[in-house]
Design a protein around this ligand. Structure first.
Ligand SMILES: [Zn+2]
Length: 173
């Protein structure tokens, strides 16, 4: 588990920066191996700069052939989080920022805490493939060999067809 970081404490650290190396499991994301990586968090006055890199392996189910397969997921991103005293109240419009609002994907109160675990969770989820395919040329569900019935439930139909009367007759004796 990654510990939440108090934003005022971060502002008092040398270089207003902290660096965290982690190897953790995310409670809400099933991964085959722990999520490994590092994160650098810098207090830039009116915003936080979060640089994170992480990798893990997850087991996915192919949307075409329904086979399970393992896939590597990677996070390598820098995010700026605005610091705004009005952030705690979602009904108040944030005050003017130094950066354009497009660059600030999230806003936190300056006396609040940054949750690296949540950040990691969000970014691992963002790294998840939108279309899950075991390979770009997945053939889909394998076709049955010729002559074989596609579904075992249909076997009863064809075997009953040739002589249903005879079979009933024998059963009654
Ligand atoms: Zn597939």
């Amino acid at each position: 588990m990654l510990e939440p970081i108090a934003i005022p404490r971060l502002a008092r650290l040398p270089g207003r920066t902290t660096h965290v190396v982690f190897e953790t499991h995310l409670p809400e994301v099933a991964t085959l191996v722990p999520v490994q990586g590092e994160m650098t968090l810098t207090h830039e006055g009116s915003y936080l700069r979060v640089q994170g890199r992480a990798k893990t392996i997850v087991t996915l189910v192919c949307g075409r052939c329904l086979e399970h397969f393992n896939q590597r997921l990677e996070v390598d991103t820098t995010e700026l989080i605005g610091l705004d005293a009005t952030a705690a109240n979602p009904n108040t419009r944030p005050a003017e920022q130094e950066l354009s609002p497009d660059e600030l994907v999230e806003v936190l109160p300056p006396d609040g805490t940054f949750d690296p675990q949540q950040w990691l969770h969000d970014h691992v989820c963002l790294a998840w493939p939108l279309v899950v395919r075991c390979s770009p040329n997945c053939p889909g569900i394998p076709a049955k060999a010729e002559g074989e019935l596609p579904d075992p439930r249909w076997a009863a139909l064809t075997s009953a067809w040739p002589a249903p009367v005879d079979q009933n007759h024998e059963l009654q004796h």
